[in-house]
Design a protein around this ligand. Structure first.
Ligand SMILES: Nc1nc2c(c(=O)[nH]1)N[C@H]1C(S)=C(S)[C@@H](COP(=O)(O)O)O[C@H]1N2
Ligand SMILES: [Mo]
Length: 553
């Protein structure tokens, strides 16, 4: 029984040795990533690689399940898997010390492959943090395993019995022999062997924590420059201010989405595990490619010196389910993109231009493709520098992002923009297009019920049903509501603000007791009524009527 316990204790120690080794590897990698770049640290790199390879449907599901926490969940998941594997390696090390240590190196190789395979990789140096971390982890595991107290060598327990039958090809005599001859107390896992192991493991953990925290600090201080540069931005007044909003664009009803989304409530959708924090002073935008007679490189000050416009516009994510939250409206400040393109000598295809696709590239390797024709058709496509009166928040693309009213974000709204290339749709597929999303994706006319909430219990009588409807760059003409597949009732519309923004609506429902389904549909100013045909977000946006079930008593 004692020997049984001893064997269990050894296993627990060995697997904790694996954990400590894994922890040391990640900590060292974090520190080394300071010298390379934070994105090359293994968990970030592997997470990014997972995101790149996740089928759109799963990604969609993850966004739905976890919302903006999807990335935290992913990182915790990776850490969980690593912890299990590290523990298993430690156990394996009971018998095969060298192989277990070599196994740690394999993880390093996996991390290196992930880091150098990401779209934003800067090359082979991205492999360095993972590899150095793995070497450190392998060394730690090897040394710790050597300090394991010897198990019930020669004992009668089942595990121990097997062990003495000589299946320990890599067992080092130095580590095994002296301890094997030691007193039986050690095999119970409480003797000096155990203490020595725990002390070594504790020391490694302490040093790793120090290294990891130091690395974090240094990585964080790089972002201090970025914060300082953002704090120093003084946005000029727009040359063309936002048109005055008509009275009554916001009905200000309880439960109804406000006309302008406060920045802190604005949805965020991107693939960035660490939000890029750029220094505006070092930012450059290159404009080049097919049919660009005059390639340009602009810095941030050059951008601010240009003609600035301020516009209200509603952005929507193609991943938004019917009734979903990934839609928001803000007041954007920026440079008209068509003017910049014209200065670069670009002509739209309708005027003989050779490029029909404008590919925007971000610093994190994301690519988004927008029709050149749309960017230059007179709408307020912008290189955005300000959001709701402030420099862009880092999460929303500081220092510069793109915005093209009327198109879903993934084909227009590149954050952390650094490069604009004129090309063709035939020649180049962007990130999401490679993942089966549509090449072209104008926003579908949609409407949403904000209040009452699903499954609300209401009192019979007059109930205010209200929500928003959007058909960016077209405008909303009509919104209708119906109850339980009855006839459509015309809702009252808030004033239509600029045509690139959504429009609020409300309807007073004489509610009778029972369980009821409310449905909404919108008609845009081209006369098109939103389809009742249900479609998932992939490939070009969800469709169908939003409905809400409520109980009236
Ligand atoms: N660099 C980069 N830009 C990006 C994305 C991204 O993943 N990376 N996502 C796009 C998508 S799908 C949408 S809907 C919008 C969302 O912008 P927001 O996060 O500011 O709301 O950003 C777009 N720009
Ligand atoms: Mo999106």
């Amino acid at each position: 029984m004692k020997q049984r316990n001893g064997e269990l204790g050894r296993r627990a120690l060995a697997s904790s040795g694996g954990l400590v080794a894994g922890y040391a590897a990640l900590a060292v990698a974090e520190l080394v990533s300071v010298a390379v770049r934070p994105e090359a640290s293994p968990v970030t790199a592997v997470g990014g690689a997972v995101i790149d390879r996740t089928p759109a449907a799963v990604k969609d599901w993850a966004i739905r399940q976890f919302g903006t926490d999807d990335k935290l969940v992913l990182q915790l998941g990776i850490l969980g898997v690593l912890a299990v594997l590290a523990g298993v390696l430690g156990l394996l090390g009971l018998r095969y010390r060298r192989s277990a240590s070599a196994g740690v190196l394999l993880f390093g190789v996996a991390g290196a492959v992930a880091a150098t395979g990401r779209p934003d990789t800067v090359g082979a140096v991205d492999a360095v943090p993972s590899l150095v971390g793995a070497v450190a982890g392998a060394g730690v595991l090897y040394v710790l395993l050597a300090r394991l107290p010897v198990g019930a060598g020669g004992g009668t327990g089942q595990g121990a019995g097997r062990k003495t039958e000589g299946s320990e090809p890599e067992r080092e005599p130095e580590s095994a022999e002296p301890e094997r001859s030691s007193e039986p107390e050690r095999s119970s896992g409480s003797g000096p062997g155990r203490r020595g192991f725990l002390m070594a493991a504790g020391a490694v953990t302490a040093v790793s924590t120090g290294a990891g925290l130091w690395g974090r600090r240094l990585n964080a201080s790089a972002s201090v420059d970025a914060e300082a540069s953002r704090a120093a931005v003084a946005l000029p007044a727009p040359d063309s201010p936002a048109p005055r909003l008509p009275r009554g664009v916001d009905l200000k009803l309880p439960g109804l989405t406000p006309y302008r989304t406060p920045t802190r409530d604005f949805y965020r959708v991107d693939t960035a595990l660490t939000v890029p924090r750029l220094d505006a002073g070092r930012w450059r935008l290159r404009i080049h490619g097919k049919g660009v007679r005059n390639p340009l490189t602009l810095d941030f000050d050059a951008l601010l010196r240009r003609r600035l416009i301020e516009r209200d516009a509603t952005m929507t994510c193609v991943s938004n389910e019917v009734g979903g939250p990934y839609v928001g409206s803000a007041r954007w400040l920026g440079v008209p993109l068509a003017e910049v393109l014209r200065e670069a000598g670009v002509r739209p295809p309708s005027q003989g231009g050779r490029a029909d696709q404008l590919v925007a590239r971000s610093v994190d390797g994301m690519t988004l493709g927008t029709p050149v024709e749309t960017v230059m058709d007179g709408r307020d496509a912008m290189l955005v520098v300000g959001m709701n009166g402030e420099p862009l928040p880092f999460e929303h693309g500081f220092p510069v992002r793109m915005l093209v009213p009327g198109l879903y974000g993934y084909v227009s709204a590149c954050k952390w923009l650094q490069d604009l290339e004129l090309t063709t749709f035939a020649a180049y597929d962007t990130y999401w297009v490679e993942r089966k999303w549509a090449r072209k994706a104008p926003i579908k006319t949609e409407s949403r019920i904000d209040t009452p909430r699903p499954f609300a219990s209401l009192k019979a009588g007059s109930v205010t049903v209200a929500g928003v409807a959007w058909a960016q760059h077209k405008g909303i003409e009509r919104v209708e509501v119906r109850v339980d597949d009855g006839g459509w009732h015309e809702a009252e519309l808030a004033a239509q603000g600029p045509v690139d923004t959504w429009r609020q609506w409300m309807w007073r429902w004489p509610a009778k007791p029972g369980t009821h389904t409310l449905q909404v549909r919108a008609t845009d100013r081209t006369g098109a009524t939103q389809t009742s045909a249900r479609a998932r977000p992939i490939p070009d946006g969800a469709s169908g009527h939003h409905s809400v079930v409520v109980t009236v008593t």
